[in-house]
Unconditional design. Structure first.
Ligand code: PLP
Length: 390
């Protein structure tokens, strides 16, 4: 067997074997923990099991029905359940299609089995919840229970003011708006608001960055490419009693009941993505789990928001009570300096800081895998840019 050439590494403090790389603030696909990439690289051509027994195959070459991959998917699922404290009555599904496909797959699964378009409630807090609301109209009668549009999506409407429909099939929220940078700091308690409907949560861009109160959730979904691994994998966590309400037209391969009954193997799941997510979960456990990573995320976000708020050049328009810890949009009071900022940042090894085209400005996505030093380097660059330009 050919020996595997490992990537050249320059050890640095805190993270043994750290390669010197630029800091990537992309909103997604996003930066990965380097240790995960290195482990995947080392195992690329010959995966070995927990006892060190080589399989003679790379993970992407394995049958999804084989013993080796079976152990990989079981490990990933068990790790996630442990990390996020997912209760037994919830199924963990690994799917394809990304977050956007779930905007159709969720109503296709929850709006039957009788034909017709039942009411579904939406809380609009930014681009992503708006997209979900628009797509749902094909399969349901979507109702806007609350919208933050008037505040230009810089706020989250107080749940006490939501106009929830009687008999809605579900209530949809996006718990972290990746573009507008607003995040629910706690999930709404629908029962306390007088609704019996299950809460559906798009947690694509902050999954695994903080604990989840599953007692308030019916279903949560996430595309993987922000906080879990490579694009192509979609995570769905769904409570058992919500299975079996699919519309007839729901594609079999997207029917949660089929997927749950077949342990995510109704058809070929995104095997390599599941493997990579499993490595990310291992890494999260090594970091001390979700509570420890949350504490780091709080520290990173506080550092960046404090630097923005203390400056005369930068500002963030979001109500401080609902600012995202993961996606920090910010703007220059002199927008003409934007391209100089981006150019200087890139030269300083700070990549992908351009804001989303729909809102403009700048955005730093600081997911789990962004180390504190990355945020420190960004803040240092912002200060020096302000000193020399403003
Ligand atoms: C990125 C993102 C999505 C879309 O994911 P795709 O995988 O591109 O379909 C959906 N919701 C949120 C909140 C996101 O950040």
């Amino acid at each position: 067997m050919q020996p595997i050439a490992h990537p050249k590494v320059t050890p640095a403090k805190n993270e043994p074997g750290r390669v010197t790389r630029p800091f990537n603030f992309s909103a997604g696909p996003a930066t990965m923990p380097l240790a995960v990439l290195q482990r995947a690289a080392a195992e690329m051509c010959n995966w070995h099991d927990a006892n060190g027994k080589p399989s003679g195959m790379g993970v992407m070459e394995m049958s999804h029905r084989g013993k080796a991959f079976g152990s990989i998917v079981q490990h990933a699922e068990a790790s996630l359940r442990r990390l996020l404290l997912v209760p037994e009555e919830f199924h963990i599904l690994f799917m394809q299609g990304g977050g956007l496909a779930q905007n159709a797959i969720v109503p296709l699964n929850l709006c039957g089995p009788a034909p017709g378009k039942p009411a579904v409630d939406f809380v609009l807090t930014g681009s992503w919840s708006q997209k979900s609301w628009q797509e749902a109209a094909k399969y349901s009668a979507p109702h806007i229970a609350a919208s933050a549009q008037e505040s230009a999506f810089h706020d989250i409407p107080d749940p006490a003011t939501w106009q929830l429909s009687a008999g809605a099939r579900y209530v949809h929220i996006c718990s972290n708006e990746t573009i507008h940078g607003v995040e629910f700091q706690s999930l709404p308690d629908l029962r306390a608001l007088g609704s019996e409907a299950p809460l559906v949560v798009d947690f694509s861009s902050h999954v695994a960055s903080r604990p989840v109160d599953w007692s308030r959730v019916g279903l949560a979904f996430a595309g993987a490419q922000k906080n879990l691994g490579p694009a192509g994998l979609t995570l769905v966590v769904v409570r058992d009693d919500l299975l079996g309400a699919a519309l007839d037209i729901c594609p079999s391969a997207f029917n949660f009941k089929n997927i749950a009954a077949n342990a995510s193997m109704f058809n070929t799941p995104p095997t390599y993505g599941i493997y990579m997510a499993g490595l990310v979960f291992d890494w999260l456990e090594q970091q001390g789990g979700i509570v420890a990573i949350e504490a780091r995320n709080i520290e990173k976000a506080a550092l960046l928001y404090q630097a923005i708020d203390a400056s005369d050049l930068y500002f963030n328009p979001v109500n401080p009570g609902c600012r995202s810890r993961m996606n920090v949009p910010f703007f220059l009071r002199e927008p003409a300096l934007e391209s100089a900022f981006l150019q200087g940042a890139e030269q300083a090894g700070l990549l992908q800081l351009k804001g989303h085209k729909s809102v403009g400005g700048l955005r730093a996505s600081i997911y789990n895998a962004m180390p504190l030093e990355g945020v420190q380097a960004l803040v240092a660059f912002m200060r020096s840019f302000e000193r020399t330009r403003a």
